[in-house]
Design a protein. Sequence first.
Length: 154
Amino acid sequence: MSAEKDGELRALQAALAAEHAAVYGYGVVGGRIGEEQRAEAVTAYDAHRARRDALVREVKDLGGRPVAASAGYALPFQVPDAAAAVRLAAELEDRVAGVYADLVRAAGGGRRALAAEALREAAVRAVRWRGESVAFPGLAERAGTAPPSAAPTA
C-alpha cells in the first residue's frame, strides 16, 4: 500500500474510532438529556451510527480491517444531569470534528468531500449544543488552544 493510501486508511480508522466513541457517548447523553432536547440527541446519535457504518465500508474498501468499538469509554467529566449531558454532546462533536479535519487532510476526491461534510455537520451540532461557535471547527484542539476538557480520554 502506498504511503498516501496508508495515511488515508489511518485517518479513516481514527474517524471510525471517534464515531464508535460518539455513539457510546450519545448513549450517555440520551440517558441524562432533558425531554426538550431528546429529539436532537436521537438525531445526532442516528447520524453518528450512520457515519460509523459508512466508515466501516470505507475502511474495508481500502483493504483494512475496521477498528472495533470498545466495550466502554472514559468520559471527559461526570454527567450527572441534563446540563452536563449538553456539555458532553458538544465535546463529542468537537472531537469528531477534529478527526474529520485530519481525514480531510489525508483523503482525496470523494472521500475528502464526505469528510468535509462530516466535519461541517459535527461543527453545526457542536454550535447547537454549545450555543456558540469556534473560528476553525476541528482545528482548535490540534493547535493546543482548546479547553482542557477537549483532550482525548477515550
